[in-house]
Design a protein around this ligand. Structure first.
Ligand SMILES: *Cc1c(COP(=O)(O)O)cnc(C)c1O
Length: 391
């Protein structure tokens, strides 16, 4: 374990030598799960930096240090879920604040904003952020932040993080980026000018579909401290066991992302050549409308893609259920390939109008490419196309 910045220059090394928190009692190579709710005092006001695990716990602190380093932030807070991270961050804003968000957000984020935070007098505008002019036009005197998700879900639209950050800086606003789809291995929003990065660590960061978790990483100490305070006060922090699982997953993040991307790229090209496929959404295809932006702000194209299958919902479900290596499930970012139907599953929490505005139709199918062998995945897809065609 060595996070000496002169020595650790690459993210692959950082993922492995991730933590400066060490077990000095027995020199265990792996940091223990500090399963304790409370910590004893040596005397009045004297302890070893920990008092109560909702506020801080050594295993969670190790994860937070690692996430801050990976995203080039000043500090991080690890939360119970991705939604807990989002809820905590939104605690920064006073009643009456206005926030501009993308029109094609993760369904749960949209639901949090529209169904819950609106009741607490936060106001939202949802705009197509592919055009930065739409963001500028939505700014009001009471606007406090711009919430960016890029690539978006499930249509893989991109938002220019550098351009949004420059605009918000000029107007005294904050830029918050949901970096769940890319992970810090492929996109580093704070380096592009953003103020806060949020993650659902449930996805790529943990990577093994066996935990739900989240995180918020801040560019400045001041913001990091505010978010840590909010998480403690709101009770949104994660358990030591969950923190430990995410730390374990992070060690292989960089090599998993390479494998996810290799498969996604191959699947996207295969789908693009199928007559039954109307359109493929993947930033790694030259035909993607924002392929140049993808090459500019990301260091890879990621493991997520979606496509429109001819024949509507019925064909979509027949196709999905014929597959054998792709598990029919929501979520993403695990080592196993997953497939789902956004309209009726991951994006069912959006209103029908919001889905239409975002361009999500009943023909759309989303794939989270796992790390299996590419040929096996392509063979499974080919068989499913033959089955749909034969019907
Ligand atoms: C899953 C997800 C979330 C929510 O995270 P949970 O861990 O499920 O609470 C937020 N944003 C994106 C992009 C996601 O994929």
């Amino acid at each position: 374990m060595n996070t000496d910045s002169a020595l650790v220059r690459h993210i692959e090394t950082l993922c492995v030598h991730q933590s400066s928190v060490r077990d000095t009692t027995f020199n265990s190579v792996i940091l223990p799960i500090y399963a304790t709710s409370t910590f004893s005092f040596d005397g009045p006001g004297k302890n070893k930096g920990f008092e109560y695990s909702r506020t801080a716990n050594p295993t969670r602190s190790a994860l937070e240090g690692c996430l801050a380093a990976l995203e080039h932030g000043a500090g991080a807070t690890a939360t119970a879920t991705g939604m807990a991270a989002e809820t905590t961050v939104m605690g920064l804003f006073d009643a009456g604040s206005h926030i501009i968000a993308g029109h094609d957000l993760y369904g749960g984020t949209y639901r949090l904003f529209v169904e819950i935070l609106s009741k607490h007098d936060l106001n939202f505008s949802f705009v197509d952020m592919r055009n930065i002019d739409n963001v500028a036009a939505a700014i009001r005197p009471e606007t406090r932040a711009v919430w960016v998700e890029t690539p978006s879900n499930p249509l893989l639209n991109l938002v220019d993080i550098g351009a949004v950050s420059a605009l918000t800086r000029e107007r005294g606003l904050m830029t918050i980026v949901d970096n769940t789809f890319m992970s810090p291995c492929l996109q580093q929003p704070l380096r592009l000018g953003a103020d806060i990065v949020v993650h659902s660590t449930t996805k790529y960061l943990n990577g093994h579909s066996d935990v739900v978790g989240g995180a918020a990483i801040s560019r400045t100490n001041e913001l990091a401290e505010k978010i840590a305070f909010l998480a403690c006060a709101m009770g949104t922090t994660c358990s030591p066991f969950d923190a430990w699982l995410v730390l374990r997953g992070l060690k292989t993040l960089s090599c998993r992302m390479v494998a996810h991307e290799r498969n996604a790229q191959a699947i996207a090209r295969f789908l693009d050549a199928q007559p039954q496929v109307e359109r493929v959404y993947y930033p790694g295809l030259e035909s993607h409308l924002q392929h140049d932006l993808a090459k500019k702000q990301m260091s890879g194209f990621g493991g997520m893609l979606s496509f429109d299958l001819r024949g509507g919902r019925e064909a979509a479900f027949r196709f999905i259920q014929t597959l054998r290596l792709f598990t029919f499930a929501e979520s993403l970012g695990g080592v196993e390939s997953l497939i789902e139907h956004p309209e009726s599953m991951s994006h069912a929490s959006m209103s029908a109008e919001a889905r239409i505005a975002a361009g999500i139709t009943e023909s759309n199918i989303r794939i989270s490419a796992g790390i299996e062998h590419t040929e096996d995945l392509i063979r499974d897809l080919r068989c499913a196309f033959e089955a749909v065609a034969a019907h």
